[in-house]
Design a protein around this ligand. Sequence first.
Ligand SMILES: [Zn+2]
Length: 318
Amino acid sequence: MIRPIAFSLSVAAILLSGCTPVSPAPVATAPAAAPVASSPLLDDVRVLSGDDMQGRDTGSAGGERARAYIVSRLEAMGVQPAPFGRLQPFEATGRTREGVKRFSGVNIVGLIPGTRVADRYIVVTAHYDHVGMNDGQIYHGADDNASGVATMLELARRLKAQAPEHSVLIVALDGEERGLLGAREFVKAPPVPLSSISLNLNFDMTARAETDGHLWVTGGYQHPDLRRILEPIPAQGAVSFAFGKDTPQDTGENNWVDSSDHAAFHEAGVPFLYMGVEFHPDYHRPSDTFERINPAVFTSATELAIAGFHALDKGLDH
Ligand SMILES: [Zn+2]
């Protein structure tokens, strides 16, 4: 997730003034009473936010390792490539703390065919890049956005066990932190016609819901019909949907319509919903680590996101 540029720069200034590196603790050995301490969902976040991923900056060796991991997960689940292949490489100008620069990025795309309306698509997105390393410190990006990728992979796993009604594109986007670069490439050269996409459902920061107990849904103001489908869904554990951050009255960092990859779909006229948690003190800091994720909260937020997907899949295109 990205904040408006002026705010990002002020955050960068604060970051420069005093952060201590946080080295990851070994993965906790789960006591029997903690059933969610290990799962594919948690393993994916742990791996993607590990030191060897070096913050997953677009075009970096760490980003390439993250990509190889995600591709291997999709292959292991039997998620087939998109019509144009598994990968969508691109070059684009993106922003850094020092100014603009050219980036080479690669989106990862999988396809899960639908049963009821196979010619209509739900495009599920989650960006796998993060901001890399700054001043020798790894920005781990566990919540932002290893979490969203893990939620998306968990959804893919469920859909391989029970096929969706719509065809689903599972898209791990690159270059989000540099200015939604991968999302803009995707809508510029989509693997299926944009007119066949019923919805972009974007996951960005799905773990740290403990701040206010909510997984926020942005886009309901623009698409009240979509919001109505999600409103009846009950809380999962300690996490419930909250709707907003999308009206003309929501300004600055309290408006999330342009804050992540869904903005590229919205600008292209594709209906969108964004799901993500409130900002927290570890946002865009080296301390956004796996260890700071509450496994039960993250698992609940993921269950809620998946329940939301199923309601939309069943509710659209009748
Ligand atoms: Zn971010």
